[in-house]
Design a protein around this ligand. Sequence first.
Ligand code: SF4
Length: 302
Amino acid sequence: MIKLIDHIISSGNLTLEQFAGLMVSENKEGIQYLFSVARNTTAANFGRKASMHALLHLSSHCSFDCSYCPSRHSQPDIQRCRLSAEQILQHCTQAQAIGFRHILLSAGPDAALSDDFLIPLLSSIRQQCPQLSVSLALGVRSRQSYERLRQAGVVGYLLRHKTADPIHFAKLHPHDIPFEHYQQAYEHLAQLQFQVGSGFIVGTPHQTLEILYQELQRILTLCPHLVSVSPLLPLPGTPLADRPGSTLDATLRLLALIRILHPQVLLPTSAALLRLHPSGHELGLLAGANIIYQPLQQNTIN
Ligand code: SF4
């Protein structure tokens, strides 16, 4: 296995067969070697340190219906809320005062988060928080909207496509927008020179090793600025609540492989890792991640 990992480093790629072997291997020494190579790659590109980015959830209203998400449109008995512009600005001001230099404002597709709401808000954030660079994760929007957001000073845009396989996508999101819209959105974001983030979920139903391999290939093709890899959490009340098994180990292996294959990418540990394991962030960093997202709220909108 160590030879295989060395081969991946020197060739910069791996076959499906090699990938499948790495994902199912029980060779503990080999897996520790994978993580140590990933860690050293992070250190060589970013130094031996991790950055903390602030994370603010703007809304739990969402028009989509992702089967794993407690904020999905058809989720019954959920109390939904949305931050006002004043609350968002206050959080940003506090984040800057604490010492954060990056903030990610995140929500699912929510019609209230229109350009007319966001543009004046972003202008206020720029004026009052000049040291804070703002990224957004607000789903697929029109090119015109992305352009307006870019002009309003947004630096990065994280768009989690959730799966690289169109058939798998349709199974997970039967009533949402077509898969192709994500591809088009990535093109728009790149054209507008956003720092583009991409991401996917590990452990969803119907996900095969072939699909996970496609995720890696897609990342190598897309070459995003940041990649977010989240394990599936079978959350109570969602259709996937009874889904068994932890995806911690698979997520860590994928983080390590992404770090090795795409050495300069920003690679966050996800809050979901922390929910799977009390040392989730540390394990993520030890597998090659270099960013921790720190939520600014205590479970009010998440
Ligand atoms: S994952 Fe995002 S887009 Fe999907 S239902 Fe949840 S908030 Fe909406």
